[in-house]
Design a protein around this ligand. Structure first.
Ligand code: AHR
Length: 503
């Protein structure tokens, strides 16, 4: 079948936000311990960080990392993780029922972030804690000097403030599983007063208030509406979280997960704008999509029910999902959806970075490797630049049981007016047919040629990468792609993700 795309350089959505390519490091499972940090590992640097993981993080093109949770943050005492390591307490982590050694804390993480070249988005605990502790951690991170906490940070080895500008006001506070779960009113008031005080100290902070844990929550939209009504003046973003579980839906619906993400974003935008209208505000609240990914959640639920929950393990193997080719195509599709909403989604974090539903896997003392989902993220982060363009898609549709009608092809494009480069990201959701992609390049600089083009597809859509076969699934140069007479033509194989750069 044929898929036509219509684009024009003047039809822009918004500039590409580098923060779209964020990730997430939670003190959960093996994300921190034996993930980013493993002093005994052969590649560990003087600070105990695995350099193989650092190199892969840079290759992934991560711009920002949310830290330290997640559900973990709702019981976390940040000051447990500073100062001499021997004095740091071991604590229970109720979220994941494990022990937190506090071997890694703020100072270590900020050092790691510097090495990885990423911005840090720091989440404060509004579960078991509140305004005073949020102010304290902000002071520890950002106060230049002369206060007790600034001097403590200096004594701990960092005289210069860390200059964190983005903070999350808690995590998933609508979820009954959250330690310190609250009603929208309770949370909205706490978030507003915490945000106001943090802003009094530093007016230019960018603050993220918790939206719903996912769009299926019974209080979805009502939660956003009530929380924003209480916090609109104080915050800049509302969070959105979405995980797509291949085991919960049929394959055709799963491949259309981005349709759900599109609708989710539209609903949160509509809700936020309706609150703004009611409050007669000109300011717009944007979305921080700070947890998204494919997650085999059904398997996790079954494992939890089966496991012996009397023990308190340290850094156990939790939700170490193995991703296949189809999962990577869906992840590529979710990135297309995020870019398409760049006017309102300006921050996004794939959850998580290492081992825990992650693009990077490690073995303790052993190798680190790229999962299939690593590739669409890395290539999109590397190639998307300039302006996101509106793309009109004229392609056959198919009926999904979960999301109704979906286009067989989805796509987005970016255009850099500086150097004229035009980049397409496209998925073919058909499980049986190739798509003939055709794009007239009217309005763009004449002479555009294919500079590079990558396709991720496989005869076996269930193929995965493992420690033994880390490169079983890799993107390959697109077999058929060309520009002829001002028209881009590419063949997208069944269940595939493709990126094409024209220059
Ligand atoms: O990313 C895993 C968990 O999913 C996070 O801790 C939580 O915020 C979400 O429910």
């Amino acid at each position: 079948f044929t898929a036509f795309l219509s684009i024009h350089p003047a039809f822009t959505i918004a500039p590409v936000s580098r923060r779209t390519f964020g990730s997430f490091v939670e003190h959960m499972g093996r994300c921190v311990y034996t993930g980013i940090f493993e002093p005994e590992h052969p590649t560990a640097d003087a600070d105990g960080f695995r350099q193989d993981v650092l190199a892969l993080t840079r290759e992934l093109g991560v711009s920002l990392v949310r830290y330290p949770g997640g559900n973990f943050v709702s019981g976390y005492r940040w000051e447990d993780g500073i100062g001499p390591v021997v004095d740091r307490p071991v604590r229970r982590d109720l979220a994941w029922r494990s022990l937190e050694t506090n071997r890694v804390g703020i100072d270590e993480f900020m050092r790691w972030a510097g090495k990885a070249g990423v911005e840090v988005m720091y989440a404060v605990n509004l579960g078991t804690r509140g305004l005073p502790e949020a102010l304290d951690v902000q002071e520890y991170l950002n106060q230049p000097d002369r206060t007790r906490l600034a001097e403590l940070r200096a004594a701990n080895g960092s005289p210069n403030p860390y200059g964190v500008t983005m903070f999350c006001l808690g995590n998933e506070m609508d979820g009954p599983w959250q330690t310190g779960h609250k009603t929208a009113h309770e949370y909205g008031r706490l978030a507003a007063e915490t945000a106001q005080a943090m802003r009094d100290a530093e007016p230019d902070l960018e603050l993220v208030v918790c939206g719903s844990s996912d769009s299926g929550m019974p209080t979805f939209a009502a939660w956003e509406s009530e929380v924003l009504a209480l916090t609109y003046d104080q915050v800049d973003y509302i969070s959105a979280h979405a995980y797509y579980d291949p085991a919960k839906v049929d394959a055709d619906s799963f491949l259309a997960s981005a349709v759900d993400m599109d609708r989710f974003v539209d609903k949160v935008v509509a809700t936020a704008d309706s609150v703004g209208a009611r409050l007669k505000h000109t300011k717009r609240i944007n979305i921080s999509f700070d947890e998204w990914n494919v997650w085999y959640q059904t398997d996790f639920g079954a494992a939890r029910r089966a496991e012996d929950r009397t023990g308190w393990p340290i850094a156990p193997r939790v939700i170490e999902d193995r991703y296949n080719v189809t999962d990577a195509v869906v992840v590529g599709g979710l990135l297309i959806s995020l870019l398409r909403h760049s006017d309102r989604v300006t921050v996004a974090c794939q959850a998580q970075l290492v081992n825990v539903i992650a693009p990077i896997m490690t073995e303790p003392g052993g190798p680190a490797w790229r999962q299939t989902i690593f590739h669409p993220f890395a290539i999109t982060s590397r190639l998307a630049k300039g302006e996101v363009l509106r793309v009109e898609i004229d392609a056959p549709t198919y009926e999904t049981t979960r999301y109704g009608e979906a286009s067989l092809v989805d796509a987005v494009a970016t255009h850099d007016p500086e150097d004229g480069e035009l980049v397409f990201f496209a998925v073919n959701r058909s499980r049986s047919e190739s798509a003939d992609l055709r794009v007239p390049l009217t309005g763009f600089a004449p002479g555009l040629r294919v500079a590079e083009s990558w396709t991720l597809a496989d005869d076996d859509p269930a193929a995965v990468n493992t420690a033994d076969q880390p490169d079983r699934v890799v993107p390959r140069p697109t077999a058929q792609v060309s520009v002829t007479d001002g028209v881009l033509h590419a063949v997208l194989p069944p269940v595939s993700w493709t990126a094409i750069r024209l220059s």
